[in-house]
Design a protein around this ligand. Structure first.
Ligand SMILES: [Zn+2]
Length: 412
């Protein structure tokens, strides 16, 4: 027998992969009395094909699973795929876009059909890839995250959390993608360090009778378009420079609305001029400050990133066009005190890279109060150790500053 010089895996592997399946070597046995070991695959998204990251993960899982099987366990590696709502909708929208078709033109029902077509294609491909690479899953039990049984499990967990007071619905500030038209969780936000500007704007101070005092406060902002929604200006209680102005009001330029000067730690005497504008409807920190001081919300940017009717003369403009116009108008009024280059972290949609808009909207949230407490206790008492040690600080920082988790999305 002549050995071939080159090994051609494609001549052998498909045959063996098929044989493994035909012999049901990886099927778990419901009637077995052996000790059990089961593991659910982190289901790959139906957004295309498997990539190297999946291969690494599946190889590691497969090692554990096969080792258990060899140790005599009745072993189940449960395979499946994930509908991955936003990501999958994006893929299908992009494909339709190449044919010049928009989701809205198609309508919801037709669009959903297209998504299911794609699911069959991508999900099918992923499963074939896994079978072909020999992942030792029990293929008789394959699941999809929108199967009836899994959907019931989601409802069960959700209602359970509700009954324990751990989910609630409310109007809070969320990361909003104006292109995807949905709220996002903090984990779906990309942070992009860019060179921006810090615009310094003069707000004239007025007295109790509403007359200009001739004095003014200078606020610094990286997003001048939000000033139209300011409902306060904050100074720090320890900042001697401005204390005499506490209790007076300023006249909001361009809108000619009188808003209070408040004392709040939001204003850092060491940063900028030490004075900050407070825009409860468009900034997470200002939202909190607004709650502390009972400041009204004036929403000047809408879900499509356009200026609202509350933005007066800027209504209907795109947020970035409005920014240019506002800066020019302030300059014309002599109220632009300066522009400084400023490095800032811009938050973008992880899926489509559109710059996000922090917006107050009615969403469902999972409370992040009890679980971080338990997670921190596990590290504090040594049940879990963090390597290298120096990352403990980062871990505790995350756990202490974690915000409630926005779990609702606005998808078709
Ligand atoms: Zn987006």
């Amino acid at each position: 027998m002549q050995l071939e010089k080159v090994y051609e895996p494609q001549r052998f592997e498909p045959r063996w992969a098929q044989w493994w399946l035909d012999e049901a070597l990886y099927a778990a046995d419901n009637t077995s009395t052996k000790p059990m070991f089961s593991l659910v695959i982190p289901p790959p998204n139906v957004t295309g094909s498997l990539h190297m990251g999946h291969m690494l993960e599946h190889t590691m899982i497969d090692m554990v699973v096969r080792w258990r099987r060899m140790c005599g366990y009745n072993t189940l590696w449960l395979p499946g795929t994930d509908h991955a709502g936003i990501a999958t909708q994006m893929v299908v929208e992009r494909q339709l876009g190449q044919q010049g078709i928009k989701r809205l033109d198609l309508g919801r029902e037709k669009f959903e059909e297209k998504v299911w077509e794609w699911k069959a294609l991508s999900g099918g491909r992923i499963v074939e890839q896994m079978k072909r690479t020999g992942a030792s899953c029990d293929w008789t039990r394959e699941r999809f995250t929108m199967d009836e049984g899994l959907s019931r499990a989601v409802r069960e967990v959700f209602v359970g959390l509700w009954e324990r007071g751990l989910v609630y619905r409310g109007e809070y500030m969320v990361n909003w993608c104006p292109r995807c038209n949905t709220a996002l969780s903090d984990l779906e936000v990309a942070h992009d360090d860019t060179q921006g500007s810090l615009w310094h704007i003069q707000y004239p101070v007025i007295d109790a009778a509403g007359a200009l005092t001739g004095d003014h406060l200078v606020v610094a902002t990286t997003r001048p378009e939000t000033m139209l929604g300011d409902t306060g200006v904050a100074i720090n209680a320890k900042d001697e420079r401005y204390l005499h102005l506490h209790g007076l009001r300023v006249r909001l330029p361009l809108m000619n609305r009188d808003i209070p000067i408040i004392l709040d730690d939001l204003a850092d005497p060491a940063f900028g001029t030490g004075v900050v504008k407070v825009t409860p409807a468009h900034d997470p920190n200002d939202f909190e400050a607004g709650k502390r001081h009972n400041l009204p919300h004036v929403k000047v940017i809408n879900e499509h990133a356009q200026m609202t009717a509350e933005a007066g003369p800027y209504a209907g403009m795109d947020r970035f066009d409005a920014r240019k116009k506002i800066v020019a108008d302030l300059e014309a009024l002599g109220l632009l005190a300066g522009i400084q280059p400023h490095n800032l972290s811009v938050t973008k949609c992880d899926r489509c890279t559109t710059i996000l808009e922090p917006l107050v909207s009615k969403q469902w949230f999972v409370s992040m109060k009890p679980s971080p407490r338990k997670a921190m206790a596990a590290v504090e008492d040594g049940r879990t150790t963090i390597e290298p040690e120096q990352w403990r600080t980062t871990y505790f920082h995350w756990m202490r500053n974690i915000r409630d988790w926005c779990v609702s999305r606005q998808l078709w």
